[in-house]
Write a protein that binds this ligand. Structure first.
Ligand code: SIN
Ligand code: FE2
Length: 214
């Protein structure tokens, strides 16, 4: 059985590629602060199911914090300073968000990380995110820092072509995945979240994805 399937201890690290790794349990100490911040973000910019350019409603519910927010509609994917639903700026990145993103990036080898966008993804059981590259950012070297909260999930981490083989990476509450530099443009996705109940979040998985969009 692959090492990626072994039980991991908090504070350990699994390398996925030269500039990509999982920091097991890295966010556990700040989960309460993150959850309070997510509740505040959600109160001014509620989760919503975006429509893809192809006309499909996305299974994952999304909102954003930061100077820029990732949006999708029939016209395409883009970053916007304003929440199209309210016309207001997205809620700011909070101190807890910025500190965690910078600390995780540094731990993974990326010093001085200052994201300007955080996509907040919400997965109900059964929800998946198909294989994709994060390619709407101007900066394609700065890392993506991805924080998992709530129900566990299997993250797929692949190569630079959609058809490249993927590794299955089990992620649990508090895990942080970082990929940047030469590994920044790798395909990735999430298998359907299995039904279950998490002590802090109930029947949900939340994911924070920090980016440097501009
Ligand atoms: C993403 O690729 O935007 C999210 C990945 C995840 O939910 O773990
Ligand atoms: Fe992504």
């Amino acid at each position: 059985m692959s090492d990626l399937f072994a039980a991991h201890h908090h504070g350990t690290r699994t390398d996925l590629a030269a500039q990509a790794c999982v920091l097991h349990g890295f966010a556990l100490g700040v989960v309460d602060a993150l959850l309070a911040d997510i509740r505040a973000i959600e109160a001014s910019a509620p989760f919503r199911h975006l429509v893809t350019p192809g006309g499909h409603v996305m299974q994952v519910a999304m909102t954003n914090a930061g100077t820029f927010g990732w949006c999708s509609d029939r016209r395409g994917y883009r970053y916007d300073r304003l929440d199209p639903q309210s016309g207001k700026p997205w809620p700011a990145l909070t101190p807890a968000f910025l500190r965690l993103a910078a600390d995780a990036a540094r731990e993974a080898g990326f010093d001085g990380y200052v994201p300007d966008a955080c996509l907040v993804n919400r997965y109900a059981p059964g929800t998946r995110l198909s294989l994709h590259q994060d390619r709407d950012e101007d900066d394609r070297v700065a890392p993506i820092v991805s924080v998992s909260l709530g129900l566990p999930a299997t993250f797929l981490f692949g190569g630079f072509a959609r058809s490249d083989k993927t590794v299955r990476v089990p992620l649990t509450h508090g895990d942080v995945v970082v990929w940047g530099g030469s590994d920044r443009m790798r395909f990735h996705g999430v298998l359907p979240v299995k039904p279950g109940r998490h002590d802090a979040l109930g029947e949900l998985r939340l994911n924070l994805t920090f980016r440097k969009a501009r």
